[in-house]
Design a protein around this ligand. Structure first.
Ligand SMILES: [Zn+2]
Length: 209
């Protein structure tokens, strides 16, 4: 039986001799012992507050930007930034500090300069499914393409800011809700408006008294 420093019991060595194993010589990750002579092979990793052998360090850890500076962290606790090819400790604070964001489309991480924010989510700037709005919508400069419409004069706007206007000429036009239709749509043709036989008015004639 073996009793380690931490007070845990490990089996496997049923020699019947009780001996104290210094944790300084045991890899915190795999539990392998390292001879006193090779103690330098264990590297102290602050993020787990333990010493790790080189094999485990290579396999499970990565050198990443962390809370203070670059240090070793468990790779599963980090994210890989596609923009700069570096690793970042996956915490809100660290990602915010280095402006690293998760792309909603592919789930990968990028520097914020490569991305645009749409309704609280991040997309790559060259994402063809994202359209730049000609009129900001609720403070947003971009929207998903499928949430946009084109106004009569060709502006890209958010569909929720679109007004469908039935105009005097019988056509329905799309404008922004804040637009003054008279600034954009054909002026009313008074001759046509006053001519009951004009095609525009024919269907709208009041019933004869
Ligand atoms: Zn190890």
């Amino acid at each position: 039986m073996m009793i380690e420093d931490g007070g845990t019991f490990g089996g496997g060595q049923a020699s019947g001799i009780l001996r104290l194993v210094s944790s300084r010589c045991t890899c915190a990750e795999c539990g392998d012992e390292v001879d006193e002579d090779d103690e330098d092979d264990l590297q102290y990793v602050e993020s787990i507050d333990g010493r790790v052998c080189q094999a485990c360090l290579d396999r499970y850890f990565t050198y990443a930007h962390g809370r203070h500076e670059q240090a070793y962290y468990r790779e599963v606790d980090c994210v890989y930034c596609q923009t700069d090819g570096e690793w970042y400790y996956n915490s809100r604070r660290v990602l915010d500090r280095y402006d690293i964001v998760e792309c909603s489309t592919d789930g990968k991480y990028y520097h914020i300069d490569d991305c645009i924010e749409v309704a609280g989510r991040w997309y790559l700037s060259d994402d063809l499914n994202i359209a730049r709005l000609d009129v900001e919508y609720e403070g947003e400069e971009y929207a998903r393409e499928r949430d946009t419409v084109h106004t009569e004069d060709g502006r890209v706007i958010h569909e929720d800011a679109a007004a469908h206007i039935e105009w005097w000429d019988g056509n329905t036009y799309v404008l922004h809700i804040d637009d003054n239709p008279e600034d954009y749509l054909p002026e009313q043709d008074m001759d046509a408006a006053n001519d009951p036989d004009h095609p525009i008015n024919r269907d709208a004639l009041p019933l004869a008294a």
